[in-house]
Design a protein around this ligand. Structure first.
Ligand code: PLP
Length: 395
């Protein structure tokens, strides 16, 4: 059996999303800035895509700017809000410790430029408390940026409550909605969201394409100088096939959302139940306020990377927050933020299910993880120390 269980890293493009691209490579391949028919067809296609995307998140078409993906949208949102803050003498930003690196690294850069950043606490359940965000806001705060749903542990943040607080206090609210888009209903109007980032490849669209929603009246700072594309806010010839495909992918995921997420939730909960029966294991993040396809566990006494390699041998693609896979000495900043100690965080496993997951596949995932964890523990020196009482169990 082959199971792709790493949908938080990227998703397979849907047939509809692929088919939507082809005419804009084969036939209507003109430059949208050109005045002749071939160019105008392309121009019309991106404007239709913009209107479709806007409608799906309850925004206006002028409020959508196309980008090269989630990272660019995050950078542009933060740098725009910071530039406005600086002009107004407001140099304080509120965020959280478990944001994506596209946010955290941009915040680091802003700190070097003199901004002050307060990171709201992420509690053990993987959730941020709106009242703590409120307490962190000062007279100098120009921006609150809190992710919609976390990419590692899948926890869904109270964005509506945070949006309400920010609106009342007159502070801009940005949310990185890359993991939520397509998988949860997103409504920027209802939730008082001023800026939002999304990425096509996380909802079955193409890689290298995303969008930034910015509420009317909020000035955008452009990161790329050049032509007048995207109202002068993002220079460069538009990636027409990808933009058209992204809109199609979003329409498709939103259309199937209720049915697909119900199926995913059922399998997610079965998987959580199955993995919980492995001794000295624990689910990371709240069990119900989480993305429909996200399961993230820590298993004591093992190393996440070995777990991934052995699961790969069984045809399972998964991910881990262990140090080796994150490319640094420290394990995942998300797991550390929710209070997991290093040893425990090293033995983490993230399985992110697709919309088409079946009960049979879930059973295979449970059996495979159980087998691999047992095998790795059988020769793990840490596990031996734990079972011999030389070290106390944490989980
Ligand atoms: C994937 C991801 C990003 C980055 O998006 P790209 O399109 O790959 O640049 C940003 N934030 C979150 C939460 C993500 O999951």
């Amino acid at each position: 059996m082959r199971i792709y269980a790493d949908n938080a890293a990227t998703t397979k493009m849907s047939r509809r999303a692929i088919d939507a691209m082809i005419p804009y490579m084969e036939e209507a391949y003109g430059n949208p800035s050109s005045l002749y028919e071939l160019g105008q067809q392309a121009k019309e296609a991106i404007e239709t895509a913009r209107a479709d995307i806007a409608r799906l998140i309850h925004a206006n078409p002028q409020e959508i700017t196309f980008t090269s993906g989630g990272s660019e949208a995050d950078n542009q949102a933060l740098l725009s809000a910071a530039a406005r803050g600086k002009r107004e003498g407001k140099m304080h930003i509120v965020s959280s410790a478990f944001e994506h690196h596209a946010i955290l690294h941009t915040l680091k850069k802003l700190e070097q430029e003199g901004f002050r950043v307060t990171l709201a606490d992420v509690h053990e359940d993987g959730l941020i408390r709106p009242e703590e965000v409120e307490e962190a806001i000062t007279e100098d705060t120009c921006l609150v940026t809190i992710m919609y749903a976390n990419n590692e542990i899948g926890t869904i943040q109270p964005v509506g409550e945070i949006g309400k607080i920010c609106r009342e206090k007159g502070v801009l609210f940005h949310t990185d909605a890359v993991q939520a888009m397509g998988h949860l209903p997103v409504d920027v109007e209802k939730d008082n969201i001023d800026m939002l980032s999304a990425s096509a490849h996380k909802f079955h669209g193409p890689k290298g394409c995303g969008f930034l929603y910015v509420k009317k009246g909020i000035p955008l700072r452009n990161l790329i100088e050049g032509g007048a594309q995207e109202r002068g806010k993002r220079a460069g010839t538009e990636n027409v096939p990808a933009i058209v495909s992204m809109a199609e992918a979003l329409k498709e995921t939103v259309e199937g959302q209720a049915e697909n997420t119900a199926r995913q939730r059922e399998q997610r909960d079965r998987l959580i139940e199955g993995l919980s029966s492995i001794e000295h294991s624990a689910l990371n993040g709240d069990a119900s306020k989480r993305l429909p396809g996200n399961v993230n566990f820590c298993f004591e006494g093992i190393e996440g990377e070995s777990l991934l390699l052995l699961l790969d041998d069984k045809g399972i693609s998964a991910s881990s927050g262990s140090a080796c896979t994150s490319g640094s000495l420290d394990p995942s900043h998300v797991l550390l933020a929710i209070g997991r100690v290093h040893d425990v965080a090293h033995g983490s496993l993230r399985l992110t299910l697709g919309e088409d997951i079946t009960a049979e596949e879930t059973d295979y995932l449970i059996a495979s993880v159980r087998e691999v964890v047992t095998y790795l523990r059988s020769f793990s020196p840490i596990w031996r120390d734990l079972t011999e009482g030389k070290k106390p169990f944490i989980l």
